[in-house]
Design a binder for this molecule. Structure first.
Ligand code: NAP
Length: 230
């Protein structure tokens, strides 16, 4: 049984990943606003706000085999209306939050076997979409961080990143909360659907597992083809 640490496992992709992994692994997960009871003795859940100056990670075991950072945001706005503080707040949540936690758990990851870090970007980094400047700036930094950390910690710790397109989670609810929006957003994708949290969680589970032990420093697009084909 392996120990996995998932920040933000109470919702969306992190929740689907916890459900996928917890049958035969121990999951140490965190929630922020919505505590979810997995009703599984392999899952322990702890409060964490990544924006706090200090937080307590003493619930973590000595060794961690994999870490996943799920907090994110999708703030879409015309560029000229965005205040500096909005870019900074987004960067704090999506990038600095991940950096601070990774720095504090590196010693525990080094004690794992084939340890792996999985971060999240968005399809909007490599494919330009209007009004995406806040999220693509932050997630672009995540893609750079992925490659840099992969280089720095090879061959011990692998670091990869998943860049999804619109996926059916609470984060994306504003884009799919009517039949019309859901159809419109599905039709934009060559695969004629949006993603399911389980689609993305399956890829994350693979990247955490030993099956991917020869893969590091990569950005994986899971986007119904929207970033790859016309
Ligand atoms: N869904 C999409 O369409 C989509 C598309 C592209 C990229 N992504 C990326 O994929 C990742 C996962 O997204 P998701 O859709 O699963 O998001 P989600 O449903 O909003 O889940 C995010 C998780 O992070 C936690 N969280 C939020 N703010 C936090 C904070 N300040 N401190 C600690 N935890 C916090 C949430 O906890 P609570 O719920 O308990 O508050 C939740 O468990 C994100 O990085 C997102 O940017 C998603």
């Amino acid at each position: 049984m392996k120990n996995y640490f998932i920040v933000g496992h109470s919702s969306g992709i992190g929740k689907a990943l916890t459900e996928l992994l917890s049958a035969d692994n121990k999951i140490f997960g965190t929630y922020y606003k919505s505590n979810f009871d997995f009703k599984n003795p392999n899952v322990s859940t702890h409060y964490l706000n990544v924006l706090d100056e200090k937080y307590d990670l003493s619930f973590l075991p000595d060794s961690i085999y994999g870490f996943v950072y799920c907090p994110g945001s999708i703030n879409l706005k015309p560029f000229e209306r965005i205040k500096e503080a909005e870019f900074i707040d987004d960067y704090r949540l999506q990038v600095l939050g991940a950096i601070k936690i990774i720095q504090s758990i590196i010693p525990k990851l080094k004690k794992g076997i084939y340890p792996s870090i999985v971060l999240f970007s968005t399809v909007a980094v490599q494919t330009g979409f209007k009004f995406h400047s806040i999220v693509s700036s932050s997630k672009g930094a995540i893609e750079g961080l992925t490659k840099s950390l992969a280089a720095e910690y090879a061959p011990k710790i692998r670091v990869n990143c998943i860049a999804p397109s619109l996926t059916d989670t609470p984060l994306a609810s504003g884009f799919i909360n009517t039949e019309e929006k859901l159809i419109q957003n599905s039709e934009r994708h060559p695969m004629k659907s949006i993603g399911a949290a389980e689609d993305v969680a399956s890829l994350a589970a693979f990247l955490l597992s030993e099956k991917s032990k020869f893969i590091t420093g990569r950005i994986f697009h899971i986007d119904g083809g929207i970033g790859a084909i016309k």
